[in-house]
Design a protein around this ligand. Sequence first.
Ligand code: EPU
Length: 344
Amino acid sequence: MKIRTNFSLQTLNSLNVPANTPEIFFPTNLEELSELPQSKTAKSYILGEGTNTLFCEKSAPVIIKPSLVGIEVSENEAFFLISAACAENWHDFVLFCVNNGMYGLENLALIPGSVGAAPVQNIGAYGVEVGDFIERITWFDFASQKLSDFSKTDCQFGYRNSLFKQALSGRGIITHVHFALPKAWQAVDSYQGLNEIDSPITPQAIMAKVMQLRQAKLPEPKQLPNAGSFFKNPVVTADFFNKLQKKYPSMPFYKQTNGAIKLAAGWLIEQAGLKGFREAGVGVHEKQALVLINYEGRTGQEVVDFACFIQDKVRSKFNINLDPEVRFIGSDGLTDITSLGIKK
Ligand code: EPU
C-alpha cells in the first residue's frame, strides 16, 4: 500500500489551508484496508477529496485516503443498480449515469467530492438528496476488520446528516455505495431556477441548468479556495419563524414535513451585511454568502476565527446560531467545535 510520512495536505483540502500529517495511507482494496494498523486507525481521519474539511491546526492526525475505484452496473425490472467505489469522483459518476441513460442524480451534478463522502453528509442540492437514491452501503469496520452492509434505513439519512457522521464517525470506511435509480424517471424541477427550464424536461436539461446555476454562484475551489456551504441552513420553530417573518417579510424559507422551518443561511449572512466582506485574507463570497473563501492560503485557525465572527454577527442580528456544515479537524482528529469558540 502507498504510505507517505510528514505529508503536506494543503493541496488535498479545497480550503487550501496548510497542514501536515505524520502519516497518510492510500488503501486501494480490501487487502490493503486490512493492513491499516489498528493503533493508528483509532485516531485517524478519513479524507475524501477534502472539499468539506477544515484542518484547524497546522498538524493533522494520521490520514486514511481511501483509493478504491470502479463502477459496476446491473439492473432489474424497475431499477438500475449501480455500485461505485468510494474514490470515484462524484461529478464524473453523475455524468457516467446520465450519459448511460440512468437518471435521478442529475440535480446533484458538479457537487465537489468523492462518491464515498457523498452519503456521510447526505449531499443535497436543487431538491434532491443523495440518500434518496442509495440502496445500501458497504462499510469496512476498523475494529472487526470486516465488511458489512448498511441498508438505506440503517444509514439514518437526514439534512446533511447520516449514521456515518454520528455513531460510526471515525470507526471505519465506506468502501462502496450501491445506488438504485428507478427506470421510471421523475423530474425534480420545482427548485428556484429549475422551474424555468423549457419543456420537454429531460434529465440532460436539468443537469445542464444545475451546472449553469452552480457555476454562476459557486466559486471553483482551484481559483477561490472554499468548501461549498460553510454553514448548514438553520431549522427553527414555526413560532420563532412567524415573529421573524413579521420583521423580514421577504425572507426565504422552506417548510419542513415536521412543521419546523428551514431558513437560508446565505440570506441571513447577506442581511447581516457580510456578503463580499473580506478581512485578513479570508472572506464571504460575493455571489453566495454561504461560501467562505480562503483567498490567501491562511491557516485553519484564521478561517475558524473568521467563521466565529460570521456566527457572532448573525446571532446578534437574528438570534440564530449557524451550525457549520464543514468538518473541523484538529491534530487528534474530528474536533469538538465548541472548544474553538464555534457554537453548535
Ligand atoms: N440567498 C441570499 N443571499 C446569498 C445566498 C442565498 O439571499 O448570498 C438566498 C437565495 O436568494 C435563495 C436562498 O437564499 O432565496 C437559498 O439560496 P440557494 O438556492 O443558493 O441555496 P442555499 O440554501 O444557500 C443550499 C445548499 C447548497 C446547494 C443549494 C442548491 C446547504 C447548506 N446548502 O444552499 O449546497 O447547492 O442549496 O440546492 O444546504 C453545499 O452543501 O456545499 C452546497 C453548496
